[in-house]
Design a binder for this molecule. Sequence first.
Ligand code: SF4
Length: 376
Amino acid sequence: MAYLDSALADIERKVDSGIPLSMEDGLALYRTPDLHSLGRIARRQKERKSGKKVFYVLNRYINSTNVCFAGCTFCSFAADEFKEPERVFRMTADQVFAKATETGTNFNQLHIVGGHDPRQLSLDYWLPLMRRFKSELPYVQLSLFTAAEIEYMAKRHRLSFPQIVAALKEAGLQNVNGGAAEIFADRTRSKICPNKVSTENWLAIHEELHRQGIASNATMLYGHIESLEERVDHLIRLRESQERSPGYNAFIPLAFHPDGNELSYCGWTTGLDDIRTFAVARLMLNNFDHIKAYWMIQGLKVCQVALHFGADDMDGTHGLTDEEMIYHAAGTHSGQYVDDREFRRLIEEAGYVPVRRNSTYQEFAWDWTPRELVEA
Ligand code: SF4
């Protein structure tokens, strides 16, 4: 095999032998000029994991409140209830349920994200709402919260991490979104999200979720003030966490978006940085099954190319009336809605087989409907 960069030959041998890559390997992958070899190695690793399958989910997405006092410097979404009341929104539990079901009930995942809102982020609000979803839509997996939100509720109710996780599990929580990981390294974390869950607690909460049988995903926010070393360090910490307490399904690289926040001067990530990050993640995270290219963030076109650089998941549809606000506030050019026919077309054009999934990667026929479940 010809390499433009001979360092990749050693790395490929390690990948083929299942040896975890080191910090130096990760940096070499990020810096290599040999983009084609990088893509080829990452694609082979992806195909070892999931063959020709590329996954997507029929999903509903809701931002339930934007009230938040955490003050993360990269955030364009949060609103301070006292300083900018005109920007505030906060949905009641009935409004969340109505929103989730207003365009039909044929979906397999409900994804809800909100701020640290003292009037919403409590077990009194969430447990009854979660039970209602599980009772009326039992086939819909609840993919809720981040570790930051779980820590907030644990403090509020004076519960330990095992206790809060048990309470959420009892009410139907099946998957936790991977947000709030940002960058684990203290140097950067203390500048971009000093009031948010610490790295130690983020990892401890996810590991407790896994111990109690709740799946989760993991993310990394890249393209702001972090260094390449900190990106690779982040990936190694996730790999070690998966070793200690398996249960992460997918890793999702989140590209920083600059509109309307304190880090605007960092600008946009480039297409090449996005593509490299998918490939490096696929190769560093040898114990993660899935790397997700989330179309809302890098855009459909980059995400389709990412399928040749290690990604095997494109996330999913949103409902026709869903309104993603976090990335749209920060300037994403992605629309709000993509239907599943478009996902299948993009995946097939890339040479892969589209597979409909739920949060925990159970597979469904593309035309599966809840009626089949009821009849069965
Ligand atoms: S990123 Fe999340 S926790 Fe941080 S300010 Fe925005 S809404 Fe709040």
